[in-house]
Design a protein around this ligand. Structure first.
Ligand code: NAP
Length: 226
């Protein structure tokens, strides 16, 4: 498969690119800084330089020619301020869905976040606020709105909502459920969930939270029940 990954230089994305390359697939990392190309190529992926906050759906769709599936793993990241939670975490994910539809790509995996629907609706409107609490509420709102927009699409979507991310080595053992309760998960295991979902064609039109647990990734995805 040829799989384009938005936020291609991110921590989960790079782990995913390596896992896909090792499994014989071709990842295309969408990055906004051409200086990151060597890092991407070291993971066995190709770089596609495009700033998701400075492009449009037609341009992105044209760049996705020949791609079989897309993954959204971008994010404004810590310290970015509230406005970019909306322009990248929400609008970037929706732009990728628009582009996928225009390019005729059905498969879309979205990396979201645990408990993202539980935001304070008043605080989540304060996009000009510098308060960490307000920014985190805008972040949750951005993820929640992106998920809702993608769920409405006639796409083969999967929405993965990980708990707190760590850089510990992956264990390959997870718990996946509509609601898992708060806990953490290594980024490598999130990458494995995304890769397995793509390669095995499972988890389609399903949204679930993901934390470390006791099931193999394949078993956990195969036994998701809604
Ligand atoms: P990360 O390392 O922060 O990577 C995010 C990537 O998005 C960066 O490489 C960044 O590129 C890229 N990006 C930002 N704006 C962009 C734009 N306009 N165009 C193209 N790329 C852009 O993220 P991660 O740690 O792998 O996490 C992935 C996702 O999981 C994020 O959406 C995050 O919100 C979510 N999540 C996080 C937690 C947590 O505990 N931290 C929990 C659950 C879910 P630059 O290098 O150019 O900035």
């Amino acid at each position: 498969m040829r799989i384009a990954i938005a936020g291609g230089h991110g921590k989960i994305a790079r782990l995913l690119e390596r896992q896909l390359a090792d499994a014989g697939h071709q990842a295309v990392a969408i990055i906004r800084n051409a200086d990151q190309t060597a890092d991407i190529e070291a993971e066995g992926a190709e770089a596609l330089v495009l700033d998701l906050e400075q492009t449009d759906a037609d341009t992105l769709a044209a760049a996705l020619n020949g791609v079989d599936a897309v993954v959204f793993a971008a994010g404004a990241g810590p310290g970015s301020g509230a406005k970019r939670k909306l322009t990248i975490d929400r609008d970037g994910a929706i732009l990728l869905a628009d582009a996928a539809e225009r390019a005729g790509i059905r498969r879309y995996v979205l990396v979201s976040a645990i408990a993202t629907d539980d935001f304070d609706s008043e605080a989540a409107q304060r996009v000009d606020s510098d308060s960490d609490d307000d920014v985190s509420q805008v972040y949750l709102r951005a993820k929640s709105e992106a998920d809702a927009a993608v769920r409405e699409r006639d796409l083969d979507w999967t929405i993965v909502r990980p708990g707190g991310l760590t850089d510990e080595p992956g264990t390959g053992l997870v718990t996946l459920a509509i609601s898992t309760g708060r806990s953490s998960i290594p980024r490598a295991d999130v990458a494995a969930i995304v890769a397995t979902s793509l390669v095995e064609g499972v988890g389609i039109r399903q949204q679930f939270e993901a934390i470390s647990g006791g099931d193999t990734v394949s078993d956990a995805l195969a036994t998701l029940r809604y």
